[in-house]
Design a protein around this ligand. Structure first.
Ligand SMILES: CC(C)(COP(=O)(O)OP(=O)(O)OC[C@H]1O[C@@H](n2cnc3c(N)ncnc32)[C@H](O)[C@@H]1OP(=O)(O)O)[C@@H](O)C(=O)NCCC(=O)NCCS
Length: 192
């Protein structure tokens, strides 16, 4: 996939919390990232909607440099359209065990394209490919990147495949209600 020059990653700051709150409470996002997605998940409709305080409580500590998840805003042509994040699996050993991955070598990753007008234009797959190459694999010890979208999230699975990931197994992750499709991309072997 040719690298997209129109996509840029910027470290998440509090200035984007209102947009992030709006994205989390948008139906195509909360369908997969919302409260029912598992422990600690935010977003939904009505009483499930993420509040300003909840967004601060979940995302504030990492903005202050206290957490282990590295979060970035996805900018497209200079405007924010979504969130992408990565973390070392060694910091989440229970998750690593559940998905069957080596915690020493692997990073986990998640993304959302929050702006409905940005969907279906190749931006999710383009952002993913660029982020893995330029950000995650820039960490010398990370040789595998792993994502676990719900096995029923066909759109997301397709997007990971477009970005060079392969579905290598399905797994139940503690705290998540449905099986995850374990999608992996290797540093030195883009097609496994
Ligand atoms: C998943 C997500 C990132 C995709 O972003 P996007 O910018 O719309 O994706 P792209 O335009 O790059 O690619 C979409 C692909 O999915 C396909 N697709 C769309 N809906 C689909 C469906 N219901 N089933 C299967 N494939 C589908 C499209 O046809 C396209 O593939 P193609 O280019 O081969 O035709 C975005 O929908 C999103 O943020 N969803 C909510 C959060 C989420 O699910 N995150 C992923 C889990 S961590």
């Amino acid at each position: 996939m040719p690298e997209r020059a129109d996509i840029v990653f910027r470290t998440l700051t509090r200035a984007e919390f209102p947009a992030l709150q709006r994205w989390l409470n948008t139906p195509h996002v909360y369908e997969w990232w919302g409260r029912q997605a598992g422990r600690g998940a935010l977003g939904g409709a009505g009483p499930d909607a993420a509040t300003k305080e909840q967004v601060e409580a979940k995302y504030g500590p990492e903005v202050d440099g206290l957490g282990v998840t590295h979060r970035f805003i996805i900018d497209f042509e200079g405007a924010p359209i979504g969130l992408i994040q990565w973390y070392r699996l060694r910091d989440f050993p229970d998750y690593a065990r559940a998905v069957g991955e080596d915690p020493a070598a692997s990073a986990g990753l998640d993304l959302l394209i929050g702006e409905p007008s940005a969907l279906g234009r190749g931006l999710g797959s383009g952002a993913l490919d660029k982020f893995v190459t330029d950000v995650v694999f820039a960490e010398s010890r990370v040789t595998r990147v792993v994502a676990g979208p719900a096995a029923s999230n066909a759109r997301s699975i397709r997007v990971f495949e477009k970005a060079g990931f392969r579905r290598i197994r399905d797994a139940m992750v503690p705290g998540e209600p449905v099986p995850a499709a374990v999608m992996v991309r290797l540093k030195n072997k883009p097609n496994l």
